[in-house]
Ligand binder design. Structure first.
Ligand code: URA
Length: 236
């Protein structure tokens, strides 16, 4: 791939801008500065530097963020910060989007990507990718509430029954459950439907992918194995 095209594909700006960067001596690979924009790159060696900062060539971006409270999943956040404020221009130029949404007050695992097929695979309602949520609720969780959540509840303006699996009490007012769809405010509405109220919500897992020790507000690029873990479909 031509060097100027590679840089453009990675979010460094227009082709003209990338040509200029290269001519200015900003690009180096294995300690060698290359100033010819038409240089043919061997992408089996994907690591390079721009102005001394390390980057890795990636055909697509697959990002896991540990979302903090107070961040909206929209570009034009109105009352809070936007999750996109947590990313640099180079990632933003690639048009990353959230894979599904978390409410501004929900914390935890949020995926972002510029790969439309990956986004579709994870958000299509029929794909049944499991999402594990942990929450604190307002009132003590009863056996009846656990039973109802497991059997399924109706949600206003939504078709069908919404059931959770692996519903587990963590303590008196702590609950963990797995859902397999992703309709608007689904967890909060399911909990309201059984007569309780979510006070704090955290997403711990998507498919088989967990946050591990990723600190709040930080993000990582997923490797091939982690991408497959995120796509893992439950047998429903
Ligand atoms: N369900 C909700 O109610 N809120 C979220 O942020 C995610 C799932």
């Amino acid at each position: 791939m031509l060097l100027e095209r590679m840089l453009q594909s990675q979010g460094f700006g227009s082709r003209k801008h990338c040509q200029q960067l290269i001519k200015n001596g900003a690009f180096s690979i294995q300690d060698e500065i290359i100033t010819n924009p038409k240089h043919k790159l061997d992408l089996t060696q994907p690591n390079f530097e721009v102005y001394g900062k390390p980057y890795t060539y990636r055909e697509h971006l697959y990002i896991a963020l540990n979302k903090p409270q107070g961040y909206e999943c929209s570009h034009q956040a109105t009352h809070h910060f936007s999750v996109f404020d947590l990313f640099d221009d180079v990632s933003m130029n690639r048009g990353i989007q959230c894979v599904g949404r978390l409410d501004q007050d929900t914390t935890g695992l949020l995926l972002l990507t510029d790969d439309g097929q990956f986004l579709q695979a994870l958000t299509h309602p029929k794909k049944h990718v499991a999402k594990v949520y942990q929450m604190e609720v307002a009132d003590v969780v009863t056996d009846e509430q656990v039973r109802q959540l497991t059997q399924g509840v109706e949600l206003r303006n939504e078709e069908g029954i919404f059931a959770a699996t692996e519903v587990m009490r963590l303590d008196e007012k702590g609950l963990q459950m797995t859902i397999h769809q992703g309709v608007y405010h689904q967890v909060k509405r399911m909990i309201a439907a059984v007569g309780n109220k979510v006070e704090k919500l955290h997403r711990a897992q998507i498919g088989q992918l967990t946050l591990n020790d990723l600190p709040e507000g930080e993000w990582i690029h997923l490797n091939a194995e982690q991408i497959e873990q995120a796509k893992f479909r439950s047998k429903l």
